[in-house]
Design a protein. Structure first.
Lengths: 493, 217
């Protein structure tokens, strides 16, 4: 037997996150003995997330694997940093919300930390079972976190729907993986790629079934149409910070697995899945963006909007290559920043007003101009307005798909993207055009005095940081592009 | 039911009530013909002994799985699930993976089954009369049928590697599980921790938390 020990220090970011989870759980349980207030918990969580991010940045440049099970490379580092920062931002921006609306704060933060660990393992696994275990860790943590809202029956309902449908999707995914294992003879990505490119007689049908079931299972996790049914209900019922994590970490992690799988082991069988994913991409873009038009609740609107965004990102899987991987990683980065900005704005809005209805956002431009600016900029960025992150990254994504030879797909995406502008503008209209009393804004009248309210300092900190990040990425995309490029190169060698 | 009348007149022990006896006879009547058919095929030499055992185990697994989802009484469902797990253990034994067979019996046949029984006992779950079939049942049945046909067709058309499985050394198994797969092994323990903490966090009532906060302040 060769060397018995691996370089476990490479897993330091995940170890820090998991240990922080344990610390949070125990310091909540023993807070009276330790004389700790509950308000310490979010800061312990943030410290863990920041430390884990720093640890993963410190390991940038290292390429090392553990017996082909997990691989630490630039791709892993990209996602680790993304997940770590997302966790830190969500916790800082929502700790007031959590203190009021969540039962079991210690458990709640622990679940968010463990979800991030699961997401990291999804990004770094190069083996089917490890990827599956990572998916389950992320999903289990989120099933629990979704159900933890205090005295909101929608939360329990959302949790139950999510866990039942999620369990079904996991079963389908696992069955698909077992068929792929049967057809390719290994669970290890490198061996699967080798065996599939050599090809075996008579194994085409099970491979096709396996791939289709894997796409269905992962499509559920990424909420691609027609596996999206859980998304609006789970988003609406979940506490707002969990909705933010669902739309950011969970989506990005699903794409990490999709990229690692379809850019590596499944690449030799591209003819068997390219059409399926192109079909899903079209369906997801069209359905997500059309149904979003009818929504009255901001969470449901953002749920359908995120489904639409997933459709755009699936285009990169269809045309998978070095360039399109880099493009989709960039878009994930831009989408995460933008989406978190909107969610942090909505959380601050909810903390003040206790409402999630789009109609209640009327006159926000007068009552809180800064928050109105953040939400409006975020929605414009999601729609893809120039100068903001959403435009630049979406442009590069569409360009990559067009160069990949799928011009018709990009055509559908552009139309869907235009449709999305409509419902984003509906929200912005409530914020800027409708006044607090429900009348239309009259530019001539300046005598209306409306009491203004302010955000908390953490609210200002997160929204302002994300707003600046959105503009910076929109104007100066080079750093993000560089990180995404090196991550894509790590994947394609 | 004519048989039931006959059963009433039989001098049976009191604890063998009618449902148990009729159920047992029914099950026996269903199981016996295929069993006889299998033994006859084996004696005639049409199938090998391994194939005979395989078919028997497959019958147990399918019947157990069907029972687990169709039986109304949850305790009966749990028992059917144990039967399916045991059938699976037999399959592992047939594949010469005796370690997996042992684990299957110990963990699923023993541990998980007992956990399930405890869960049923503590949550006071009995017969569930509520039918929760939605209006989409025909669609679900259609999709299930299509998927079943597609999977069966894929399985039948495939050219599976028919190599006889070799016995794996326990030492190799240990090295593979705790060295190569050490990382996913640890992640799986996190999954269990999440399940444990989550179950407690969800089942705890809202006001417990509030009282706690007041007591602390």
């Amino acid at each position: 037997m060769s060397d018995l020990n691996f370089n476990y220090a490479l897993l330091l970011p995940e170890i820090i996150l998991a240990a922080t989870g344990g610390i949070v759980l125990l310091s909540d349980a023993f807070r009276r003995e330790l004389k700790l207030g509950r308000n310490m918990l979010p800061w312990i969580t943030v410290a863990g997330a920041v430390l884990a991010t720093l640890a993963s940045v410190a390991q940038a440049g290292i390429v090392e694997d553990f017996a082909g099970i997990v691989l630490v490379d630039a791709f892993t580092t990209f996602f680790r940093v993304l997940f770590g920062l997302t966790l830190a931002v969500v916790v800082i921006g929502s700790h007031e919300y959590v203190a009021k609306q969540i039962r079991g704060q210690g458990e709640f933060y622990t679940m968010l930390l463990f979800a991030t660990v699961g997401a990291s393992f999804m990004a770094m696994s190069t083996e089917l079972i490890t990827a599956y275990v990572g998916i389950e860790l992320l999903s289990f943590s989120l099933y629990v976190a979704v159900s933890l809202a205090k005295s909101d029956p929608r939360s329990g309902e959302a949790g139950l729907k999510y866990v039942l449908l999620g369990g079904l999707a996991s079963a389908i995914l696992l069955y698909g993986l077992s068929l792929v294992y049967g057809a390719a003879g290994s669970t290890d990505y490198a061996t699967i790629a080798k065996n599939l490119s050599e090809g075996r007689d008579g194994m085409h049908a099970p491979l096709l079934m396996g791939l289709t079931m894997v796409i269905a299972g992962l499509g559920f996790k990424a909420s691609a149409v027609p596996f999206h049914m859980w998304t609006p209900d789970a988003y609406e019922g979940a506490p707002l910070p969990v909705t933010a994590v669902l739309s950011a970490t969970s989506k990005a992690a699903a794409f990490a697995v999709l990229l690692r799988l379809f850019g590596g082991p499944f690449l030799p069988a591209i003819a068997d899945w390219q059409g399926t994913i192109a079909f899903l991409a079209v369906l997801t873009m069209v359905v997500g963006n059309l149904i979003a038009i009818q929504q009255h609740n901001i969470k449901r609107l953002l749920a359908y909007s995120s489904i639409g965004q997933v459709g755009f990102m699936l285009m990169a899987i269809v045309t998978i290559s070095d360039a399109s991987t880099s493009a989709v990683l960039m878009h994930l980065g831009g989408y995460l920043i933008t989406n978190l900005a909107v969610f942090m704005g909505v959380i601050a809005f909810y903390n003040q007003t206790g409402s999630e209805e789009i109609a209640d956002m009327k006159g926000l431009a007068e009552t809180n101009p800064f928050l109105a600016l953040v939400i409006a900029a975020g929605l414009f960025s999601l729609a893809g307005m120039p100068l903001l992150a959403g435009f630049t990254t979406k442009f590069i994504l569409f360009q990559a798909a067009a160069y990949g030879g799928y011009l018709w797909l990009v055509g559908v995406a552009v139309v869907a993207s235009t449709v999305s502008l409509y419902y984003y503008l509906m929200v912005i209209k409530q914020i800027y055009v409708i006044q607090t009393d429900g009348s239309l804004l009259d530019p001539q009248a300046h005598d209306v005095v409306v009491p203004r309210w302010r955000l908390t300092w953490t609210g200002y900190l997160t929204t302002a940081t994300l707003l600046v990040a959105m503009v910076v990425v929109g104007l100066w995309v080079a750093p993000l592009a560089h990180a995404a490029d090196s991550a894509a190169k790590a994947l394609f060698g | 039911m004519g048989g039931a009348v006959v059963l009433n007149r039989l001098p049976l022990p009191a604890q063998l009530d009618r449902t148990v006896t009729t159920g047992g006879l029914l099950a026996g009547a269903i199981v016996t013909p295929p069993l006889i058919a299998l033994i006859v095929l084996r004696v005639l030499g049409n199938i090998s002994s391994a194939q005979m055992v395989w078919w028997m185990l497959a019958g147990v697994i399918v019947a157990g799985a069907l029972g687990a989802v169709t039986l109304r009484n949850v305790v009966h469902s749990a028992l059917a699930l144990i039967a399916a797990a045991m059938g699976l253990a037999g399959m592992f034994l047939l594949l010469a993976s005796e370690f997996l067979a042992l684990v299957q019996v110990l963990v699923y046949g023993g541990g998980v089954a007992i956990l399930l029984m405890f869960g049923l006992m503590l949550t006071n779950a009995t017969e569930d009369p509520v039918v929760i079939d939605g209006s989409q049942k025909p669609f679900a049945a259609g999709v299930g049928l299509i998927l079943g046909v597609a999977l069966t067709a894929a399985m039948l058309s495939a050219n599976w590697d028919a190599s006889i499985s070799t016995v794996v050394d326990f030492r190799d198994l240990g090295a593979r599980l705790y060295r190569d797969f050490g990382v996913p092994f640890e992640v799986a323990s996190l999954v269990l921790l999440v399940a444990l903490v989550g179950a407690v966090a969800i089942s705890r009532r809202d006001n417990d938390d509030d009282n706690d906060a007041e007591a602390a302040s």
